[in-house]
Design a protein around this ligand. Structure first.
Ligand SMILES: Cc1cc2nc3c(=O)[nH]c(=O)nc-3n(C[C@H](O)[C@H](O)[C@H](O)COP(=O)(O)OP(=O)(O)OC[C@H]3O[C@@H](n4cnc5c(N)ncnc54)[C@H](O)[C@@H]3O)c2cc1C
Length: 367
């Protein structure tokens, strides 16, 4: 195999989307995964895409998110045209329960240029008749969308293949081999692989790989559990947000109840208490879910970062090594924006989103 222009280490949503945008720009890309592509956090996630408005977003994170979710409809159409695979992108709208202060929530979302409506109790029950009574105030976010993670990943994998990306599943990157201010190769069990540019997109495992060149960002696994319910007929239409937890109705009527946030190392098992808490929430919000079949549960390892922001950029002192990791709870929604920004940085194009806040050498308090 000839050496690629870019070698991406890790084939979750971040690595796959980066490979897709680089390949579309004519870059010869290889993508390595220690397992199969798109089977870790990216598969496990709920696929919620909160609304954003690139013109009004206030913080760098919100700007990246807004820019990124605005790309999703076009990306979904392009993938469908290229591969024939529908990624399930759906603007289902969302209901956010906001406690006593609905006016504040309306101000917050509205201030970001996002369409939002304060709902009375009767509006709420008109929208979702099976909701419990007395859940408090809620706002309606009509632009909230979702994607079916496994379908989106399948579309990305197929899209990458069609664009000529060389996919190498079952090949773990063991170490980065440095030669002065550059990385020369990646060490694998089958030998070293050389490339002009390297991208670490290994999710929660990124620090393990970066440690081989003495770089430690503080990216760590944060376990999230999900329970999948399977009603006989659809019961909900909107995504329901309850603090950091939620219910997501899929187009086929299934309902995802998520998610926990746990420090459990690299242990991906679900637990009795985790599943119990999610089922309790589901029944509290929609009492009729108590009688519905539980199809399965699973857990994934979110790549957490010390300040909650992703790392997107070059490794200081190593010209040809880039990182895109630490997307925590937002890796699906941030994936198109991250991939595009990375492509721009690698190809030395003017970035469409300010990259400063995501630099690897920012102050995070992590040592
Ligand atoms: C329960 C749950 C719910 C979530 N819900 C949402 C949501 O609603 N919306 C949203 O935007 N985000 C959500 N997220 C977060 C989102 O899923 C993650 O931020 C995102 O998937 C991270 O993508 P990634 O590509 O960085 O990591 P991953 O998907 O974990 O991919 C990393 C890949 O790197 C590979 N790898 C690791 N080490 C090596 C190595 N040494 N060599 C080769 N390959 C390697 C792994 O095998 C893996 O395939 C959720 C996450 C979880 C767990």
């Amino acid at each position: 195999m000839t050496a690629p222009d870019a070698l991406i280490l890790g084939g979750g949503v971040i690595g796959l989307t980066t490979a897709y945008y680089l390949a579309r720009a004519g870059v010869r890309v290889q993508l390595l995964d220690q397992g199969d592509f798109g089977q870790e956090a990216s598969w496990a996630g709920a696929g919620i895409l909160p609304p954003g408005n690139p013109r009004c977003a206030r913080t760098p994170f919100d700007r990246l998110r807004a820019h990124s979710v605005a790309m999703f409809p076009q990306l979904s159409d392009d993938l469908k045209e290229l591969t024939g695979i529908d990624n399930g992108y759906l603007r289902s709208g969302g209901l956010e329960f906001v406690g006593p202060d609905a006016a504040h929530a309306v101000e917050e979302w509205g201030g970001e240029g996002i369409e939002v409506q304060h709902l009375t109790a009767s509006d709420l029950h008109q929208r979702e008749p099976l909701l419990a009574a007395d859940l408090g105030a809620a706002v309606f976010l009509p632009e909230m969308a979702q994607v079916r993670n496994p379908w989106h990943l399948r579309a990305l994998i197929e899209g990458c293949k069609r664009l000529g990306v060389q996919l190498r599943p079952g090949e773990a990157a063991q170490a980065l081999v440095r030669d002065g201010p550059r990385v020369r190769a990646v060490r694998t069990a089958a030998g070293d692989i050389a490339a002009a540019t390297f991208v670490v997109a290994a999710g929660a495992w990124s620090d393990q790989l970066l440690a081989t060149i003495g770089c430690r960002l503080g990216v760590r696994p944060v376990r999230g559990q999900i329970v999948l319910l399977h009603p006989d007929k659809p019961m909900l239409r909107h995504i329901l947000l309850w603090g950091a937890r939620y219910l997501v109705p899929r187009g086929d009527g299934r309902v995802l109840a998520g998610s926990t946030e746990e420090d459990a190392g690299f242990d991906k098992r679900t637990t009795a208490i985790g599943v119990q808490g999610l089922l309790e929430l589901a029944i509290e919000l929609v009492p009729a879910l108590a009688q519905v079949a539980v199809e399965r549960s699973w857990a994934g390892l979110r790549p957490g970062s010390p300040d909650g922001l992703p790392y997107i950029g070059v490794v200081p002192g190593i010209d040809n090594l880039f990182v895109a990791a630490g997307h925590f709870r937002a890796g699906i929604q941030l994936s198109p924006g991250t991939a595009l920004l990375l492509k721009e940085l690698i190809l030395k194009e003017p970035p469409g989103t300010a990259a400063g806040a995501f630099r690897l050498d920012r102050e995070t308090g992590h040592r």
